[in-house]
Design a protein around this ligand. Structure first.
Ligand code: AMP
Length: 577
């Protein structure tokens, strides 16, 4: 298979407005792919070279891409720049200036290995090396392929292919229906590597997929928490539970393989370089291999206080890590051990896993077990919740003592109860920005007015609209949104977005914001939870509380299923503080 073949499919999929079509077209591409090619194809269609958790990037900025286009086409950089100003998309510039022909186009494996060479070049001379290799690849490609290659390099592939869509397409390609999606998804939850799954599926079939195991070095998709309206509902549904403080920090999964330690975020990114003290502490633990799950949080040694999420999150910036580690050291409250010395512990009941933590962490001051209490009384749970809130924590997470660790699942094994606002439990939702309307009045100066926002339908791997948001941001906040939205503009509604409204500008679903609203109501304007001609759900009086983008991918946003549950719980939301 050539790069041009894949580019032709990318073009077709880009023009697709329906998600079913998207799955079918991708399945068709897969049926034409050999076992040797399927892994690179799977990464490339998502604009990657390797799985998401591997920190391998091409490292090509706009300037370098422009220089490469100039070199490949033999035109002056000024001309490339001018065209970029007119067309606004370097992919289109590369397409227009392309001199290559499809006859010469490299194979997908060849293109992938040349891109890997670009990613691997670092240090002195690497800029020239990247430019030269990229230019020679561009030179060998036809116009359409050049367009997609440039977009891949800049992380601007127009096509937003969600992980479930890829898994469903694999199932369709082999079986002609979506029946294998659950087993593929289960393997994905254990390995987080779509390329590996595709290759294993092609070479070893369903048996191979079932045999894909949890491995140190590959993040496990995190278990997530459900919501219930109040402590009474929790005890009624779960009975005896363990209760832990809910820290408002950053989810971390720590993998130790001898001296090699990696820290992964909730959305499977490698954070090892940023969380140096966690890496150092994990190295000192005595077990040879470990996977730990916990929450990292900044600790201010002067005031002896934990800091807010935003401040902890500032540690993710790549620069000044050492200074930051000194002024705002991180600690992690470890609440789970998932793997130890070659053994997968996820099937064990939580009580047994937790009991190992003391021994595993061996008195480390950086990695400490999240404290826990046990109760089967709603009064006691209410008291613990309020105690934690008065200490400045977010609330509590309640867990079933007998539950296995279910990778990637959001179910009632874990339930979160958050802070109370004016006597009511009030929780925020995470929404994905899908479009915006041009502003009126003061906000015209920022170029945008209300934002169209949506939730994630995990079942169908699509985004449904739920509200328009007009408030909650400072002027600086609006400016920031505008800048980010600028890069995400697309001409037409993306295939994975389901909407009855047409905003002035559509956005590629990427930015996640945390939103507080007064209430969920049924309504006819939005598609969230809408089945057939029935009503959907909408949020009343939404306001943005924070940007969560770095922490969550669009697929990590609040789901339609959660909205339906929250709506059902609303009526019963009386709390006894
Ligand atoms: P939410 O992000 O609101 O869905 O809440 C779930 C998140 O709470 C998890 O992903 C963790 O990052 C965080 N968290 C904080 N403390 C705990 C805890 N003790 N157990 C589990 N998750 C926790």
């Amino acid at each position: 298979m050539t790069f041009a073949d894949v580019a032709a499919y990318l073009d077709r999929m880009e023009g697709t407005r329906s998600r079913n079509e998207l799955v079918k077209t991708l399945a068709e591409l897969y049926t034409r792919t050999s076992p040797d090619e399927i892994q690179p194809v799977t990464y490339l269609i998502q604009g990657r070279l390797v799985p998401f958790f591997e920190p391998v990037e091409m490292g090509m900025g706009e300037k370098l891409v422009m220089a490469s286009i100039a070199q490949a086409s033999g035109r002056p950089v000024a001309e490339v720049n001018e065209l970029f100003n007119t067309l606004g998309d370097l992919g289109l510039v590369a397409e227009k200036l392309s001199t290559g022909s499809p006859a010469k186009t490299p194979s997908i494996a060849d293109a992938h290995s040349r891109l890997m060479e670009i990613a691997a070049s670092a240090g002195p001379g690497s800029v020239e090396k990247k430019r030269t290799v990229f230019a020679s690849l561009l030179h060998d490609l036809d116009a359409r392929s050049a367009k997609h290659l440039v977009r891949m390099a800049l992380g601007r592939l127009r096509l937003g292919l969600g992980d479930p869509t890829v898994l469903e397409a694999l199932s369709f390609a082999k079986k002609g229906d979506r029946s294998l999606r659950p087993s593929l998804e289960a393997a994905y939850n254990r390995t987080s590597d779509l390329g590996l799954i595709a290759k294993t599926f092609w070479t070893e079939g369903e048996k191979g997929i079932a045999a894909l195991k949890i491995t140190v070095g590959r993040p496990i998709r995190p278990q997530l928490a459900e919501r219930l309206p109040n402590p009474e509902a929790v005890i009624n549904k779960l009975g005896a539970v363990v209760v832990q403080p809910k820290y408002d920090g950053i989810r971390v999964q720590i993998h130790k393989n001898g001296a090699n330690v990696r820290v992964f975020s909730r959305n499977l990114e490698d954070f090892s370089l940023m969380f140096v003290e966690l890496v150092a502490a994990a190295k000192k633990l005595k077990d040879r291999t470990l996977i730990l799950d916990g929450e990292a949080i900044g600790y201010n040694p002067e005031s002896e206080e934990y800091v807010m999420f935003q401040q902890t999150a500032s540690r993710r910036r790549q620069h000044g890590i050492e200074e930051a580690a000194a002024s705002l050291p991180l600690v992690a409250f470890v609440f789970d051990v998932l793997y130890r010395n070659g053994k997968d512990l996820t099937p064990l009941p939580y009580g047994e896993r937790y009991a190992l933590l003391g021994e595993v962490l061996g008195g480390s001051t950086v990695l400490t077990p999240a404290p826990l209490t046990t109760t089967s009384s709603a009064e006691e749970l209410t008291k613990t919740l309020l105690d934690n809130i008065s200490k400045g924590l977010e609330g509590v997470v309640v867990k079933r003592m007998d539950s296995p660790y279910q990778a990637g699942a959001r179910n009632f094994n874990w339930v979160k109860l958050k802070r109370t606002t004016s006597g009511q439990l009030n929780d925020t939702v995470d929404l994905v920005l899908l479009g915006y309307y041009f502003g009126k009045g003061k906000r015209t100066s920022f170029g945008l007015g209300a934002l169209l926002a949506g939730v994630y339908d995990a079942e169908h791997d699509r985004f449904d609209t739920i509200t328009k948001i007009g408030t909650g941001l400072s002027d600086a906040g609006w400016r920031e949104i505008h800048q980010r939205a600028d890069k995400l503009q697309v001409k037409e509604k993306p295939a994975r977005v389901r909407s009855l409204l047409t905003p002035d500008v559509w956005l590629k679903p990427e930015v996640v914001v945390e939103v507080l609203a007064d209430e969920i109501t049924p309504g006819t304007n939005h598609t969230a939870g809408k089945v057939g001609d029935g009503p959907g759900y909408a949020l009343r009086f939404p306001r943005i509380v924070s940007f969560r983008a770095a922490d969550k991918r669009p697929e990590d946003a609040t789901t339609v299923k959660e909205i339906v549950e929250m709506f059902q719980q609303q009526g019963r939301r009386k709390v006894s503080p």
